[in-house]
Write a protein that binds this ligand. Structure first.
Ligand SMILES: [Zn+2]
Length: 126
């Protein structure tokens, strides 16, 4: 049986975010990269998460912190609210270590560099 992609696309993982996880230049839009980043949290692909930070913001990131955030939370579902060319607003549902359900509501900004999409930064929404 094929594994469905964690991003909720209803495609198999092989035909969806896996292609971007293997080669991040495969993301053709900000939304595709956003989905692949969510899937990477589900699958604990820490290097991918780190690599998809835009070089200008990556230096503020710590792999160990990304790893804790990915592993301590149990990622439930991704809900896309609104996408534009360079932004994606989404809600990510997760259960924390205390068993409480949370909603991470963010508007992310993405930028291209040499034709490759990167996550630039995000603003939390109330
Ligand atoms: Zn996917």
């Amino acid at each position: 049986m094929k594994q469905l992609c964690p991003c909720g696309s209803t495609l198999s993982y092989q035909n969806c975010c896996n292609q971007i996880h293997e080669d991040l230049s495969q993301a053709e839009s900000a939304e595709q990269l956003m989905r692949a980043r969510y899937s990477a949290f589900c699958l604990e692909l820490i290097d991918f998460l780190y690599q998809t930070f835009h070089p200008q913001t990556r230096r503020f990131q710590k792999k160990a912190e990304i790893e804790i955030w990915a592993k301590e939370n149990n990622w439930q579902e991704l809900e896309l609210i609104k996408s534009t060319n360079s932004t994606v607003e989404f809600k990510a549902y997760y259960i924390d270590m205390q068993g409480e359900l949370h909603i991470h509501h963010e508007k992310s900004t993405f930028k291209q560099l040499n034709g490759v999409w990167y996550y630039y930064d995000g603003k939390m929404k109330a």
